[in-house]
Design a protein around this ligand. Structure first.
Ligand code: HEC
Length: 152
């Protein structure tokens, strides 16, 4: 048994190294976003900080990629979350959304946050600033509902 451990570890190490060539491309990051939520709406500073800390990595163009997110196979998973997160809701492109879509997203934000669905559970262990208390979830939800406007 023992004599197999070393070759097995070497094969595993080689596999991890080879995997790094198939990392994939991180979804684009953009610093300047004229359509950003906070550039276009007056949002209470406390709520703004919570949303920035807990949602912006996956729901904006301002994603921060810590070093470990470049390690394959983790990279596949992280890049996929960012891509799908932005598809569903991109705070960097807030201003360009129709009122109907904004209202729908605000309702979802309230729901997903209150129910503890967002931020994704897999995200918070390595992002303590994104761990929301019940009061903070309530704050985000109240804000989202208060932002809903009647459709023209
Ligand atoms: C680690 C990445 C990540 C973080 C952080 C994150 N989300 Fe998400 N979010 C996703 C992904 C991926 C989806 C799409 C798939 C799904 O619904 O699970 C999604 C979907 C959503 C949706 C559903 C949109 C719809 O119309 O159905 C809402 C709303 C949402 N997120 C809000 C938030 C809010 C608010 C926060 C912060 C409190 C947040 N998310 C934090 C990754 C993330």
């Amino acid at each position: 048994m023992k004599k197999y451990i070393k070759p097995a570890l070497m094969i595993l190490a080689a596999a991890v190294i080879i995997l790094q060539f198939f990392r994939g491309t991180p979804p684009e990051v953009r610093a300047n976003n004229p359509g950003d939520l906070f550039a276009n709406e007056m949002v209470d500073a406390e709520v703004a900080t919570l949303i920035r800390n807990a949602c912006y990595d996956c729901h904006s163009m301002e994603t921060k990629y810590p070093w470990y997110t470049y390690v394959t196979p983790l990279s596949w998973w992280v890049f996929d979350h960012v891509e799908h997160g932005r598809e569903e809701l991109n705070f960097s492109e807030w201003a360009g959304m129709s009122i109907k879509r904004k209202n729908h997203k605000l309702e979802e934000i309230s729901e997903e946050t209150l129910e503890g669905e967002m931020p994704l559970e897999s995200y918070t262990p390595l992002h303590p600033e994104a761990q929301l208390t019940d009061e903070q979830r309530q704050l985000i939800s109240d804000w989202a509902l208060s932002m809903m406007t009647s459709e023209e």
